[in-house]
Design a protein around this ligand. Structure first.
Ligand SMILES: [Zn+2]
Length: 226
């Protein structure tokens, strides 16, 4: 079996699994990557996110009016997001708002510390393979509690410490510097998403999908790519 046919089989298994789970409807999507409705490139998708963040940081949000129109029309039968964002669960990082994007535009995964767990990996693969997003942005933020806790390495109640195993590889060499650890964690999770998922790696190679990292500054409202 060639490498190619093995990966095709893997993808077929993935999509079939989604169909079996009722995630993919009988829309004739077939095997393989979804035909994205947007002709946007991966680079354009990142540019659109950054332009939206500029509008947000400048206090010139346009998406709320659009959201109201979409809600009034009640016609959102399907979603065609152009980008996916993996963000921290932090309440101060409302993803659609900080990128000034309306309903249906961004496929968002959120978990404390914006870490790539198996569930997050599967969700992002769904965004790429089924929804046809052109870019994935892994978004950390300043003063992240999850990253700070991992850096401090203190004992925590319940299952909070399960986050540590995902955070430690990225932050262990930052010597207690939380700002550096936030950046390092974003870089680590971005690489993990780009390289350890066969679905995403293939989309990057063959379809120009972009997987990049960024840090949201709680103080300025600005996102900086890392
Ligand atoms: Zn956080």
């Amino acid at each position: 079996m060639t490498k190619m046919s093995r990966s095709q089989l893997t993808r077929r298994g993935f999509v079939t699994g989604l169909a079996a789970a009722g995630v993919v409807g009988g829309s004739g999507m077939g095997v393989g990557f979804a035909q994205a409705t947007s002709s946007m490139t991966g680079e354009a998708a990142i540019r659109e996110l950054m332009a939206g963040n500029e509008r947000f940081a400048a206090g010139k949000i346009t998406s709320f009016a659009e959201d109201l129109e979409i809600l009034k029309a009640k016609t959102v039968a399907k979603q065609e997001p152009f980008a996916a964002v993996l963000s921290c669960a932090d309440s101060r990082v409302p993803v659609e708002i900080i990128f000034d994007e309306s309903i249906g535009k961004i496929f968002v995964g959120r978990v404390a510390g914006n870490i790539v767990t198996p569930e997050i990996m599967g969700s992002m693969e769904y965004g790429v393979a089924v929804l046809g997003v052109k870019a994935i942005l892994v978004l950390g933020h300043t003063n992240c509690g999850a990253v700070s806790a991992a850096v401090a390495g203190k004992e925590v109640p319940g299952q909070i410490s399960v986050l540590y195993q995902h955070l430690m590889p990225g932050v262990r060499d930052t010597h207690g510097d939380v700002a550096a650890a936030v950046k390092a964690n974003v870089a680590f999770q971005t690489r993990l998403l780009r390289e350890s998922s066969t679905v995403i790696a293939k989309a990057v190679k063959e379809q120009g999908v972009k997987v990049v990292g960024g840090v949201y500054d709680l103080g300025t409202g600005r996102v900086t790519l890392v």
